[in-house]
Design a binder for this molecule. Sequence first.
Ligand code: CMC
Length: 436
Amino acid sequence: MVAAMAVEAKQSAKLLLPSGKEVSLPVVVGTEDEHAVDIKSLRADSGYITLDSGFMNTGSTASAITYLDGEQGILRYRGYSIEELAEKSDFVETSFLLINGHLPSQEERKKFSTMLTRHSLIHEDMHHFFLGYPPTSHPMAVLSSMVASMSAYYPDSLDRNSAVDMHITRILSKVRTIAAFAYKKSIGQPIMYPKNSLRYCANFLHMMFAVPSEEYEVSPVLEKAVNQLLILHADHEQNCSTSTVRMVGSSGANLYASIAAGILALWGPLHGGANQAVIEMLEDVKNNRGGDGKKFIDDVKNKRDNQRLMGFGHRVYKNFDPRAKILKKMCDEVLEHLGIKDPLLDIAKSMEEVALKDDYFISKKLYPNVDFYSGIIYRALGIPTNMFTVMFALGRLPGWIAHWKEMVDDPQTKIGRPRQVYTGEKLRTYVPIEQR
Ligand code: CMC
């Protein structure tokens, strides 16, 4: 078990309130010299709370999982750089690393892989669920509800001390099966059962693209690309969906319920839904603007219809997103290898070039993020646009699990319950309806 270490305060900061009262607050420092003012005692000592809409400056927890430096473009899982993991590791190993805190030994690796392979099937009764959804259902709706439903099939998960490792294995393995089955259902093809002889990502590709009537061989290039894509998405510290997982889990909710909530938080276009939105934006530029991205960028700058350049900007990265750098290179390599010429890639590159030279984007420190090029790779792999955010969810799953586990194992965890500044009516007297 690797829990977040309790951070010890070695310094203090002083807050001078309008009344003249001075409040002393402890300052804690993380392993990478990140400083934070610990305001736990602020309200009790002063009656004040802090207000930080969108949590621009608020640390919700100490965590030992992922280190991110937005100014330097650094991203590390458990101390290992994202660049090195994307090049040398695979998704199963990276998942083990995130969840357990260390790279697996050969024996641990074998055991983890065997468990994932063994638990890839979903309960046969769950197949009926797929029949109940309309064919137009967004796969994120299906995925989230199926994951929440897993707690009904594994009721011992309601006791958070029971068989945690088994539930972690189950969810990691079965989410891949659910995602592929949802896709097969949406295109009216028979579902393909997982094949135990295949590795994690190859098995996913098999369930997505094989059909019973034909032989299907998993391309090693596709398998590697999926591994890399999932690694790049595997964790990103306290983002919207991960904070949601921790928040829901802090109430005592089980793993499946907490992850289902994370999947739903990821769905929005400002978060994981951006990869789908990027392709829709590029298609709009291609089909309705003669492929000229400059006009679209002008609309964005003028905030016409509140349009944003999707796949650009990040709350934390203000210089570059290291994942986007890897993905841009990977995008060229995968398309070249598959012999695909995608006009959307040319449009994306030209829009990136225009934006990176434009004062609007420079002054606001807006750079391509992980979603700008990932969609073009998914397209090349044959993954349909409405499945892109599902791919993000598959990748982010070990991160969510690691955070849920860290939160559960941390004796300092309290239920997440922010406060507010009330701006509504003062006390009013009830007026009977006939007098209103
Ligand atoms: N296009 C145009 N303007 C933008 C963009 C963009 N993509 N992103 C931010 N801005 C502007 C925004 O209008 C605001 O301008 P002003 O100060 O004039 O009001 C300023 O930049 C700051 O924006 P913000 O919304 O306050 O910044 P934030 O840190 O709250 O938002 C973000 C971060 C990712 C939600 C935002 O950059 C965005 O909406 N990007 C497009 C959607 C996207 O690609 N999301 C994926 C993020 S990476 C994957 C993930 O981890 O979720």
